[in-house]
Design a protein around this ligand. Structure first.
Ligand code: MEZ
Length: 532
């Protein structure tokens, strides 16, 4: 139910709509952005981080919840696990059934490897499925990978690992072609030209989309391809520890059947971690746009095996999560809504910022509006600012919303909100893990034979990611990890399998005096009905 204050504020939004629609709020200066982030972005709240005391990132700070998991207790006692008679024996083991894992498995299979996917939920239960607004690629005449690089490098505060970002932008046009050839139905004009739009921080229109369910369309296609190729998918089965061989090369994983609690052993010449993000850890109490299984599992497995993380202290809070009604609290309201012309409006009906600043700046600006400036719109149990969706049709004509963002229209329509006529209330939501496992451009981590792809990777985007570069990275780095793992596995001669690194980690915990009994990987959110 709208509160009286909300209804009063909505009248102001409506009264100012025509004027706000043509207004071009100025972009912030670099100094204004720096000051804004320092004061309001959650990444800058020093009290919300813990310094790691063991492992490859010892001395670095990460969110409290992640620190507890990275330094947590293993789910197994190596003394009780027999590695003698593996249940599975493959060339390439892919952990994770989202877009990165599926792309990796398809390419490994294409290269002739014996590949298997293991996923703790089902194939497609992943953040890929939840992605809405699109995927970037510089494939138009006025654009180039170099311009794409500059946009992403600047948007990420010049912190991206150059070799990773270079690969991302250079292989983007080919990624779109690969997806199209597999059957992804991108939006096109009648003559077959791809429809592309802007995202926050892009200097060219390079966002390719399938309306506002781009990720679902991509995941549908990848899942079909995995199934058509008859790549084995072991679902409802989580990887709970990596296995190494006596020479420190990855040699497989210990698996947990989530339905029967049975422990299974997978032997593999190479392993690809594609476990996705961490939204379900709800850092700093934020709601999330992420799928149910986003609990940073891959980071935990890799860290315990000796891999290094890059930027594990930086998260993305998507500026526009739903703030009303409470049933969809935190759900993603795609940036495409702003790309199509909707502006951010405060309680007084004022357009308080440019709608397409980069995400960290936009999120911080909304938080400032709702806190110190006192310009937020209060709901019965929360706060937010308006995203004035009716502006879209003022600018682009009737029918645009239904044609371009039908999923948004449906999501709010279920609760009686017609986004063609009424603005929607939004507030930042935990959306993406900018940091993750450090890799080389071929996907290789610090652990020989352990490759990583997708949101579990750190450093591709620096300290802030632009819209549409995540659907892109799962394809680019997923595909290359699959190809490289298949090639590597041809030469791998595994030695005796061991879980000695788990014992070593336990000893490090004890030596550092860690007595927190958090068990990891977490696998399911704290509010899951069955807690594993
Ligand atoms: O890249 C993303 O995170 C994305 C496309 C999200 C969105 O706003 O739709």
């Amino acid at each position: 139910m709208y509160t009286a204050e909300m209804l009063e504020s909505m009248k102001k939004v409506e009264a100012n709509r025509a004027e706000n629609a043509v207004l071009e709020p100025r972009r912030m200066t670099a100094q204004e952005k720096t000051d804004l982030l320092a004061a309001y972005h959650p990444d800058y709240k020093t009290g919300e981080f813990t310094e790691l005391t063991i492992g490859a990132n010892k001395g670095e700070k990460v969110p409290h919840e992640l620190a507890a998991l990275l330094q947590g207790k293993s789910r197994i006692d190596p003394a009780n696990i027999s590695l003698d008679d593996p249940d599975y024996d493959v060339d390439v083991l892919v952990i994770g059934g989202g877009g990165a894992g599926s792309s990796a498995a398809i390419e490994a299979h294409e290269a002739g490897a014996n590949v298997m996917i293991v996923t703790k939920l089902r194939i497609g239960d992943a953040n890929t499925m939840m992605a809405e607004g699109g995927i970037q690629a510089a494939d138009k005449e006025n654009d180039s990978p170099a311009i794409h690089y500059v946009d992403a490098f600047g948007g990420g505060h010049f912190a991206a690992k150059p070799s990773l970002l270079k690969r991302l932008v250079c292989e983007a046009p080919e990624a779109i072609k690969w997806l199209s050839d597999l059957g992804v139905e991108f939006d096109k004009t009648e003559d077959g030209t791809m429809v592309t739009t802007h995202g926050g921080g892009t200097s060219r229109k390079r966002m390719h989309a399938a309306k506002d369910y781009s990720g679902a369309e991509i995941m549908r296609t990848l899942r079909d391809e995995v199934l058509n190729r008859q790549i084995p998918v072991v679902d409802f089965t989580a990887a709970i520890e990596l296995i190494l061989d006596e020479n420190g090369h990855v040699a497989g994983a210990v698996l947990l059947n989530m339905e029967t609690d049975e422990i299974l052993i997978a032997r593999a010449k190479t392993v690809i971690i594609a476990t996705g993000g961490a939204g379900r850890l709800h850092y700093q109490g934020f709601p999330t746009s992420n799928h149910y299984g986003a609990t940073a599992d891959g980071l935990v497995l890799a860290y315990r095996a000796g891999a290094k993380l890059m930027y594990p202290d930086t998260l993305q809070y998507h500026p526009t999560g739903a703030a009303f009604p409470e049933q969809i609290f935190g759900a993603l309201v795609t940036e495409k809504v702003r790309s199509l012309g909707a502006k951010l409006i405060n309680v007084n009906g004022e357009a308080f910022m440019h709608p397409l600043e980069t995400r960290d700046v936009s999120a911080a600006s909304i938080i400032r509006e709702c806190s110190d400036r006192g310009n937020g719109v209060k709901t019965a149990d929360g706060i937010g600012v308006w995203l004035d969706t009716p502006m879209i049709e003022l600018k682009n004509g009737e029918g645009t919303i239904e044609a371009r963002i039908p999923a948004m229209m449906r999501m709010f329509g279920k609760y009686g909100i017609d986004i063609r006529k009424e603005p929607i209330l939004i507030y930042p939501t935990l959306h993406y893990q900018n940091g993750g496992i450090d890799i080389e451009p071929d996907g290789q981590s610090a652990v020989p034979g352990l490759l990583v792809a997708g949101e579990a990777v750190g450093g591709i985007h620096g300290r802030n990611r632009l819209m549409g570069n995540s659907l892109l990275d799962i394809i680019v780095f997923g595909r290359s990890a699959g190809k490289n793992a298949a090639a590597l596995s041809k030469d791998v001669k595994l030695g005796a399998m061991t879980l000695e690194h788990v014992n070593k980690f336990n000893n490090e915990r004890a030596a550092a005096g860690i007595d927190d009994d958090t068990v990891s990987p977490k696998l399911l959110p704290s509010y899951a009905r069955k807690q594993n």
